[in-house]
Design a protein around this ligand. Sequence first.
Ligand SMILES: Cc1cc2nc3c(=O)[nH]c(=O)nc-3n(C[C@H](O)[C@H](O)[C@H](O)COP(=O)(O)O)c2cc1C
Length: 309
Amino acid sequence: MISIGKIPLSSNAIFAPMAGYSDLGARYLARLYGAGLTTSEMVSAKGLLYENAETKKLLEKTEIESPFAAQLFASSPEVIHRAVKLLPDWVDIVDINMGCPAPKIVKNGEGSALLKDPVLAGELVSAAAEGSDRPVTVKMRLGFEKGCFTADKVAKEAERAGAAAVTVHGRYREEMYSGVSDKNAIRRVRDCVSIAFFANGDVRSLKDYREMMEQTQADGVMIGRGALGNYELFAEIAGIKVERSDKENIYTQLEFLKREYPERVCVNLMKSHVCAYASGKAGVAKEIRENVHRASSFAELTSLVERYF
Ligand SMILES: Cc1cc2nc3c(=O)[nH]c(=O)nc-3n(C[C@H](O)[C@H](O)[C@H](O)COP(=O)(O)O)c2cc1C
């Protein structure tokens, strides 16, 4: 079984960090269904230094999430070095974001902007590794501009700097989420490093998982959107049985959100989750989505869940 540093994973299928989606409830379900690792939504290393309350909230985890990775974004080795020392005790792994395509992140030299500077990427890994005993991992894309493949260099620098694992999403920053995740390009990165390697992008079924594993020769696969509302995918991959209904899962997610947010925020956050479950319901998916978007209270949301799930 695959390990990250000295930390063994119970499955080689792991849940992707997704800002606004991989909240406590989603990660709880991913883990319950057998995901080998869960990761926080991306967290600003600077925010940690400023003791920002929202940043701290993003680093909370559920009791069943173990191992658990905190994902940081930063462009300064000095900042990340100080930030990793401030992570809560329950964080097992530090992941560095080198893939986020959002303009507000890229303009600060963070996220996917690091793909343009493999040396700085390596320095960030060294700084994080020196600041903490935890294994450091990197999540990246293929490169910044389409066709300008730099992930091989970034992965090699990361490995040299002490990274314990690397995950590659097979798209360029310029592509955002268009096109398809390029398995051949992921394989090229895979062949450059000997640390634990995860392939990522567009895995939505057991068949996709198997193809991704075979074509990239990765040690594991990271799954994001394909697991939303479809956490069973982790159970299928891990070969375990989890007897729960969509309705139960929706209410579990709602309960987690209720602990953190007021009604309006909960309902809004829950809408995208319910829509993800709806996409598994042939024939009524569109109708559910339209109705869910109109919901503005727990009562309305609950009545929709009772009607459709
Ligand atoms: C809404 C959304 C938010 C995301 N947030 C993050 C994030 O915080 N950190 C990160 O490394 N990747 C983030 N990603 C990228 C995913 O982790 C993943 O690399 C990408 O969605 C491709 O994998 P998938 O096809 O399995 O979803 C995000 C993706 C989406 C769709």
